[in-house]
Design a protein around this ligand. Structure first.
Ligand code: NAP
Length: 481
């Protein structure tokens, strides 16, 4: 399956612009060159911000029905070309072709949802007469767009996570500058082409390609950028938060999500969901299952089934229809995972499945007895590795689940309603899945975490709230009437 290499351009201020300086986009599976994108300079970024400032005025003046038309048209163009989009995702990233197809469907859904939510951006009347002396006042608030939104996105969902920022920004009348991950910029460029074709006015959307470490500060520190919507790692997120100054920030960061399996769980369901949650996208998934706490009564049985299921996963060519797990995004990431596993083994952990690396490929790997002081137990692995722990009780599982600096999502398998409620109330996360693993999301739900997992929520309606500000209007009536 080949893509024609054309030398892509970036979309700045409504024009497609190339640069002498280029970034090579390579297939992580075999390091083959797929295409190139321009390496933008700081001057390019300043120009992009200036044109987005003009774009913000244009966007704010677009009628709601026109925003809806453009978003729906973009969604239908994506569905028309879904296989081509899936191939781009699968070639530049590390998803298998089957995983990539799911992402394309979700992207169209995200844009359709954005179109729907555009008609529901409204305020409320305010009963000003609730405080004495204000009986002659009436009014309301409505929501207005922040202006220019900067979207900085990661490699692991190179299309839908861009759509999660672009869709709500257009729906709410903002201009948006997308700085996609340097390893996977092609999906974002394809998305921009679709918006141009759908009739989005120039300057409302820009996609600028270049290294975050080189052009990021210019974007983040600009006073003309009124919101940063970032999805990526904790370290980058902290760096951005320090530099951003007075502007809105929304942070969708990582996690090392727990899933709890109690003695009364449906084991077959629990095994299927946790294995798939641990290894989808080769474990490069912010809500991927990293830690599984299993009640002692079923621990041995669970491990047996978990390992058997893991060994059925086929690792290989991500473009083959039969592959379950593709490569990691880069060989250096697979080496990092290998080193973290080796460290855990030195501390006394046991590898019960997997544990081998071949270039950028790392086998689905299951570990037991991983001591809490290992990086694997505390940090986000972002690779196909899962840790299994026996626990004496739900309380112990909750306490250990919470003992990390992350809190994105968690799962619990139980048929006892009181146990489920205890977990709902006590787990420190932004979302909890009952009878499913942490790895469940739909694009319309509020999505985000606490602690090192982030700030604010995505999920179209909630992103729109973050991308707008309330403006209060108060009429003081003439009291003689
Ligand atoms: P990353 O290294 O933090 O990069 C994310 C984005 O930030 C990229 O576009 C990157 O650009 C840019 N960037 C890097 N340094 C920058 C700087 N100094 N200034 C401005 N931008 C900068 O993350 P990643 O490796 O791509 O993605 C993996 C992480 O994302 C994981 O931690 C994962 O959990 C998290 N994630 C979270 C969610 C969620 O919704 N909560 C979803 C998906 C992924 P370059 O590529 O040019 O370096």
């Amino acid at each position: 399956m080949k893509m024609q290499m054309v030398g892509q351009k970036m979309l700045i201020g409504g024009e497609w612009i190339g640069r002498e300086n280029k970034i090579e986009v390579r297939n992580p599976q075999d390091n083959r060159l797929i295409d190139t994108v321009p390496a933008a300079s700081k001057e390019d970024m300043l120009y992009t911000i200036e044109s987005a400032r003009q774009g913000a005025e244009i966007s704010a003046n677009l009628a709601t029905h026109e925003r809806m038309r453009i978003l729906n048209k973009a969604a239908s163009l994506i569905l028309d070309r879904s296989e081509s989009f899936a191939r781009t995702i699968a070639l530049e990233g590390s998803k298998t072709i089957r995983e990539a197809r799911k992402e394309v469907k979700r992207c169209a859904e995200t844009l359709k949802l954005s179109a729907e939510e555009a008609r529901r951006i409204h305020g409320e009347t305010i009963p000003f007469d609730q405080t004495a002396g204000n009986e002659q006042r009436v009014g309301y608030y409505y929501r207005f767009p922040v202006g220019v939104v900067a979207a900085i996105t990661p490699f692991n969902d190179p299309l839908n996570l861009v759509a999660h920022k672009v869709g709500p920004a257009i729906a709410s009348g903002n201009a948006i500058i997308v700085k996609p991950a340097t390893l996977t910029p092609l999906s974002a460029i394809e998305l921009a082409k679709v918006f141009v074709e759908a009739g989005l006015p120039k300057k409302v959307l820009s996609v600028i390609t270049g290294k975050g470490s080189e052009i990021g500060d210019t974007l983040i520190e600009s006073k003309d950028v009124r919101m940063i919507s970032f999805t990526g790692g904790l370290e980058t997120g902290e760096d951005i938060a320090k530099k951003a100054g007075i502007k809105k920030i929304a942070m969708e960061l990582g996690s090392n999500s727990p899933t709890i399996i109690l003695n009364d769980a449906n084991l077959e369901q629990a095994v299927d969901a946790t294995v798939s949650g641990a290894f989808s996208a080769a474990g490069q998934n912010c809500i991927g299952v990293q830690r599984v706490y299993i009640e002692e009564g079923i621990y041995d049985h669970f491990i047996g089934q978990f390992v058997e299921r893991t060994k059925q996963y086929k690792v290989g060519d991500k473009l083959s229809e039969n592959t379950d797990v593709g490569p990691m995004i880069a060989e250096k990431e697979a080496i990092r995972v290998e080193q973290w596993v080796e460290e855990a083994v030195r501390y006394g952990a046991n590898i019960v499945a997997g544990g081998k690396r071949d270039g950028a490929f790392y086998e689905p790997t299951v570990l037991t007895n991983v001591p809490e002081e290992c990086r694997l137990a505390r940090e986000e692995i972002f690779g196909p590795v899962v840790l299994l722990y026996p626990v004496r009780s739900l309380n112990e599982a909750i306490e250990r689940s919470n003992q990390v600096n992350y809190g994105l999502q968690a799962g619990i398998f139980t048929t006892a309603i009181d146990q489920a409620f205890a977990a709902i109330q006590q787990l420190g996360v932004g979302g909890i899945m009952i009878n499913d693993s942490s790895d469940f999301r739909i694009d319309a739900m509020p999505f985000g975490g606490i602690k090192g997992s982030g700030l604010g929520r995505e999920g179209v309606k909630y992103s729109i709230e973050e991308m707008t500000e309330p403006k209060v209007v108060c009429f003081k009536l003439n009291s003689s009437q």
